[in-house]
Design a protein around this ligand. Structure first.
Ligand code: ADP
Ligand code: MG
Length: 698
């Protein structure tokens, strides 16, 4: 057995368990040893039940004394109750709601380790614990009993039928039987940071010595934790830095930025760019003029004017005889971009085309011909642009909006339609630095941190559902003053059809009962493209005063005269999404308002609403969002391009990430020798490339 041995061949695993483990990405012994416990229990000195106090969270070793399913109607329906006893003579009541399935699991006489928060039960006047975690402890003839008892033990998240106990036994066996694995971290870094060796860290991660503090362990801050977290970030960041260096080595296009190009840009601009727009364009122009291909991320809050900067970049490419393409994640957004860019480009005599999935075959054919021949210099579109048979005459600049909705592969696909074109990625979700480092560590970053002049901060109010009429009254006033309003209906995860129905209901209520005298429009994802377009156009013209919509308007929609945003059941939305939606207003000179209408709030929903009411700052909101929901949920989409970190956490371990990034940059840019760098590249290719979606690091 060695680190690369498949788990199927490890004693105690076998094909069935190996398959379950595989579903969590655990394939080899090395993978398994990297599977960190989420918690530790001190079973070296377990507390007696008689000594427990209410409010205490503790581990108890006890026997099942009495077990019963409650068949009572009402409150106790389906409750499973167990009285536990230990040698101290104490009694502890464990309760599981809907716990009937446990009747065959926890039988009298059985020994278990229980973990949970002890409470005082006024009915029995004794201690109780609700839904404790538990682990069955076989009688003493288990030869490996000492692995599970009498020490600090690791507790793992079970994988299918592979319980924490099985994992503990198998991992213990691997650690005992394997020869120590070698370190792959550069020795200079390990020495400088005084890191324990890789093998020692693995052993301590799973079976810490008795002297380690339980809180330090559970906080993932033992020396072993620190080292393994650091290591995971270090390789990831090395991969990012290598990728960045490699991209810079390729020969790209050297765009010329002369007076003629500058004049052309000036002729296109409908208004004076803000300072932040100018700075971003300068950074982009510098990249474009350089011989290496640009790989830049343009971050800016909703409404900060990214589109204008993108248009300026396109002019540089087009004036140099190249084509530019803008890729957007949704049809509405692509349309919106097209709608915004076309008039800008018309002023300077450029043609632009829109290509999306809803073009007819004939239209597509026509558009493809225009692009392949080079007659049209600017293409805006959705995934349709990525299709095999879309060819460009001379693609020089690729602009990708809302990149996190696209995978890495898609980014590459559009790039391959040109010869090392420059790439500008735009995102309207301000990305906390830690996330930017892990997801976009290979890109240079420009930030538009200033809103166009004359904008006033949006006032945000929280409205309890029963008082929603007051918000409606306010809308009526604003509309009398000539403004317009959005009413956004709740997200319904399960289905788009349900979402559409909710929107239709709201539409009916508003158009017939609340605002029968006003023009109310309806927009949802199930409408045909022409219908969507005509509703949006009517709203843009001011012919529709209240637009009821699903979240399809989340990104990109831009109507300066709309000053009211009502978000129904706002508690159902994540922070990033609320901020995106709110960004649809506050785009003109008039004061804008956002109403967050909610029912009863959970604690975390309350926190989200409070954050929104308190702040208009996208970066602050993004930080809060990351903290509240964790990185996996941050973008609200599964396919976010986030690396699958094993032990490190972007939220918990940001301090270690910063250190790892620093060390990675220093090492890769200044390796002790060419051989050392090659060894590092090989290590990343062999161990980390696939998992982290890092393409072409070496
Ligand atoms: P983003 O894409 O960053 O959300 P947009 O590019 O859609 O923002 O711009 C938001 C609005 O601000 C648009 O109506 C745009 O025309 C306007 N705008 C952009 N830049 C300026 C500027 N420098 N001065 C005035 N208005 C601007
Ligand atoms: Mg925009």
């Amino acid at each position: 057995m060695d680190l690369q041995t498949q788990l199927t061949y490890v004693k105690g695993v076998g094909p069935a368990r190996a398959e379950m483990l595989e579903s969590k990405g655990l394939r080899t012994v090395e993978d398994l040893l990297g599977y960190a416990p989420f918690r530790y229990e001190d079973r070296s000195n377990v507390k007696a039940i008689a000594k427990l106090a209410p409010g205490e969270t503790a581990t108890v070793i006890a026997r099942v004394h009495i077990a019963r399913s409650s068949r009572l109607q009402g409150r106790h329906m389906g409750m499973f109750e167990v009285t536990f006893a230990d040698s101290s003579g104490g009694r502890l009541l464990g309760k599981w709601f809907h716990g009937g399935y446990l009747a065959n699991v926890l039988v009298p006489g059985m020994q278990v380790a229980l973990f949970g928060r002890m409470e005082y039960d006024s009915f029995t006047r004794g201690l109780q614990v609700l839904h404790p975690e538990f682990e069955i402890i076989p009688e003493d003839d288990d030869p490996e009993a000492s692995v599970h008892m009498g020490r600090i033990v690791p507790v793992y998240e079970g994988v299918g039928k592979v319980t924490t106990r099985i994992l503990r036994a198998v991992i213990h066996r691997c650690l005992t039987e394997l020869p120590p694995a070698e370190d792959s971290l550069p020795a200079s870094i390990a020495a400088k940071l005084k890191l324990p060796s890789y093998w020692q860290s693995l052993k301590d991660l799973h079976f810490p010595s008795g002297s380690e503090d339980l809180r330090t362990l559970n906080g993932f801050r033992s020396p072993a934790h620190w080292r393994l977290i650091f290591e995971e970030f270090f390789w990831l960041e090395c991969g990012m830095v290598l990728k960045k260096l490699k991209a810079r080595q390729a020969r790209g296009i050297r765009f010329e930025l002369n007076d003629r190009v500058r004049e052309k840009i000036k002729a296109m601009l409908p208004f004076k760019p803000t300072g932040a727009q100018k700075r971003s364009l300068a950074e982009i122009a510098r990249d474009m003029a350089a011989p290496q291909p640009m790989q830049r991320l343009l971050q800016g809050d909703v409404g900060s004017g990214k589109t204008l900067v993108a248009a300026e970049a396109a002019v540089i490419a087009i004036e140099n005889g190249y084509q530019a393409a803008l890729l957007a994640p949704t049809e509405i957004l692509a349309q919106q971009h097209h709608f915004n860019l076309r008039p800008l480009f018309e002023r300077i005599g450029y043609l632009s085309v829109l290509l999306t999935g809803s073009n007819t075959a004939k239209e597509k054919q026509h558009v493809k011909k225009l692009l392949a021949s080079g007659v049209v210099p600017m293409a805006v579109g959705t995934h349709a642009l990525l299709e095999e048979d879309v060819e460009f005459h001379k693609l020089g600049l690729v602009i990708i909006d809302e990149q996190h909705r696209f995978g890495v592969m898609q980014r590459l696909r559009i790039q391959q339609k040109g010869e090392t074109p420059d790439v500008l990625v735009m995102t309207a979700t301000p990305i906390p630095r830690t996330l930017a480092l892990t997801m976009y560590g290979d890109l240079d970053i420009s930030v538009i941190d200033e809103l166009p002049p004359g904008r006033r901060g949006i006032k945000t109010l929280h409205v309890d559902e029963p008082r929603v009429e007051q918000a409606y009254a306010f809308i009526r006033q604003q509309i009398a003053d000539g403004r317009q309003a959005y009413v956004v209906c709740p997200v319904i995860e399960e289905s788009e059809t349900q979402q559409m129905k909710a929107a239709e209901k709201t539409f009916e209520h508003l158009s017939q009962t609340v605002f029968p005298d006003l023009k109310v429009g309806l927009l949802h994802g199930r409408l045909k493209t022409e219908e969507k377009e005509s509703v949006m156009a009517a709203f843009q013209r001011g012919d529709v005063q209240v637009l009821v919509s699903t979240t399809v308007i989340e990104v990109g929609v831009d109507v300066a005269n709309a000053t009211i945003m009502v978000i129904e059941q706002a508690e159902r939305f994540g922070l990033a999404q609320l901020h995106q939606l709110r960004g649809r207003v506050g785009r003109g000179a008039h004061q804008s308002h956002c109403f967050l209408v909610t029912g009863k709030l959970s604690e975390s929903a309350q926190e989200r609403i409070r954050t929104m009411v308190d702040s208009n700052d996208g970066f602050y909101i993004a930080e809060m969002d990351l903290r509240l929901r964790g990185p996996g949920e941050f973008f609200g989409t599964k396919q976010s391009g986030l690396p699958a970190l094993r032990i490190a956490s972007i939220v918990r371990d940001r301090d270690i990430l910063e250190i790892a990034r620093g060390e990675a940059v220093a090492y890769v840019e200044n390796p002790p020798s060419e051989d050392a760098l090659q060894a590092l590249v090989r290590h990343i290719q062999g161990h980390w490339q696939r998992r982290y979606g890092l393409v072409q690091v070496g």
